[in-house]
Design a protein around this ligand. Structure first.
Ligand code: HEC
Length: 329
């Protein structure tokens, strides 16, 4: 081959490439720029112009990550949204910007939000967030819908993709969690209307959910906060009150949450405070019962007179009684 042909070949090749890159840039602007920035400099998705390339910088590898996405990190899969030549073009575009080292467009926002919120005895901190189910028995969650897999929704096509499956979030959506400082934290479930568990020590690590104070770390679905202290009590067995339960809301008495619900035809209010020992919780119940009441206490809960198991309250006691939830040993 002589030089002229070679350079001609080179010319057509580079012209062809830049046309691909141009088309790829259009695809990029339409589908990718809102996450990766208009020039690929990064926004909520990573900077594609720097040298930190997690999934490889060959065309093959780029095509693969674009096709399949990184679902647990919120990079969508484009394999069913874009056709092969669009993916090829946009991969060429991505390849062309690697190494440009553009400054990341993401400006860290200063925020007062801490991923380690805390309350005090006088001013407990209340949060409604997904909470871990720990290893509580499934039979406790009779009123929870069974979160099933769903087909993944694609924002690009506005359709669900029958081939892609999204698992349900692995946490309890219906809880109210309260922290009194180092001494006591607890989680109450509003669907089951019962205290699920208690702990003492540090409260929650919200980093997976809130990020590191730079505005949101929630990526993908793995954002259930972590319990940081020592768990003392986990509920088990049937609900203490027989019959259907329904949550009616909560109010605060001098800053302390009081849960209102119905169970087995009774109106019940439950106020949970710290007992004399670390991690010990006192549950104060008020009901509108006119009759004696039989309730079944799960292990770890006693009456104020030290009874456990089945508890029989006379009509007067049934209107206002306290139960003690064991704390630290
Ligand atoms: C909803 C936000 C979002 C959109 C839209 C999006 N991405 Fe991503 N992308 C991400 C995130 C988040 C990651 C990081 C994945 C990881 O950390 O493993 C990523 C990773 C990547 C990577 C791998 C980077 C590396 O370091 O290896 C490439 C390449 C990429 N995206 C290209 C694209 C292209 C091309 C499009 C458009 C067709 C696109 N992305 C659309 C969020 C997005």
């Amino acid at each position: 081959m002589n030089k002229t042909i070679l350079s001609l070949l080179g010319l057509t090749l580079s012209v062809g490439l830049s046309a691909d890159v141009k088309r790829g840039q259009q695809v990029f602007n339409q589908f990718c720029a809102n996450c990766h920035g208009d020039k690929g400099q990064g926004l909520v998705g990573p900077n594609l112009t720097d040298k930190e390339i997690l999934h490889g910088s060959s065309k093959e590898e780029i095509v693969k990550v674009i096709k399949n996405g990184v679902l647990e990190k919120a990079m969508p899969a484009w394999g069913t949204i874009l056709n092969d030549s669009q993916i090829s073009d946009v991969s060429d575009y991505v390849k062309s910007i690697i190494g440009k080292n553009l400054k990341n467009g993401f400006v860290a926002v200063k925020t007062t939000v801490s991923s380690f919120p805390t309350g005090t005895l006088e001013k407990p901190y209340l949060i409604r967030t997904y909470m871990p189910a720990l290893d509580l028995d499934k039979s406790i969650f009779v009123n929870h819908g069974k979160g099933g897999n769903v087909n993944k929704y694609s924002p690009g096509s506005g359709k669900e993709d029958p081939k892609k499956v999204q698992k349900p979030i692995n946490g309890l959506p219906s809880t109210i969690t309260v922290n009194f400082g180092q001494e006591l934290s607890y989680t109450f479930d509003t669907l089951e209307c019962r205290l699920l568990y208690t702990w003492s020590g540090q409260f929650l690590d919200m980093t997976k959910y809130w990020g590191k104070g730079t505005g949101g770390g929630r990526r993908g679905f793995g954002y259930i906060p972590d319990i940081m202290g020592d768990v003392h009590f986990k509920t088990s067995g049937a609900h203490p009150f027989k019959g259907k339960v329904q949550f009616k809301g909560y109010r605060k008495e001098k800053g302390i949450p009081v849960f209102l619900y119905q169970a087995g035809g009774l109106s019940i209010s439950l106020k949970i405070t710290l007992g004399p020992k670390k991690g010990e919780a006192i549950c104060e119940y008020r009901t509108n019962s006119k009759e004696p009441l039989k309730i079944k206490l799960p292990p770890g809960i006693q009456s104020s007179s030290g009874q456990s198991g089945s508890l029989i309250l006379n009509a007067q006691q049934a209107q206002n009684f306290k139960l003690i939830v064991k704390g630290a040993k």
